[in-house]
Design a binder for this molecule. Sequence first.
Ligand SMILES: [Zn+2]
Length: 207
Amino acid sequence: MRSPLLRRSPIPCESPRKRAFFWGFLDFSPRLLISYIKRLFFYFRAVKVIPKAPERTFAADMMLGKLARWMRVLGFDVLYLNPVEDGRLIEISRREGRVLLTRDTRLVRRRGVAEYLLVTCNDPPAQLEEVIRAYPVFRERILSRCILCNRSLTPISREDARPFVPDYVYLAESKFGRCLSCQRVYWKGSHYRNMVRSCSSLLQDHE
Ligand SMILES: [Zn+2]
């Protein structure tokens, strides 16, 4: 005699025909199940959220003007004031939660300095590398900020950009951004592509 448990089994496995009917009733054949699993796998792989460090902002001292501009090219928010007194720079960086970038060893020993990066190299590209080693660069933020004003760019249409860019740029590029402070128009042309290529090994370190 069959046990009550077996009798209550929801899967009628007696014949392939009945089994097919059962799976068909659930609309869930084994093949379909595998297909769903595969879809889920690809879906979760596609939407996988890569944890990213929160964006840090910076305040550069007066000796680091070129570094500040290069950092802005990479999308970093870098406050650069010239002239500015040391005390005021420390106060702004503390109040706004900015990492103080400086070459001055005495400055970092002053009271009130919270987070800082002591830049040791003379050469701006080497200085930039020092920063990138400590703070991540995100590809999508490159050229998202005005190099002169430090303001985030506002996307504009190709037609709106046309009066401000050479014809060959208008014809070749599709995405443009404008700084609403100085009205400069930016686009991701060959300079951008060369830069991403040259920085690609550093970018990958943080992705
Ligand atoms: Zn600007």
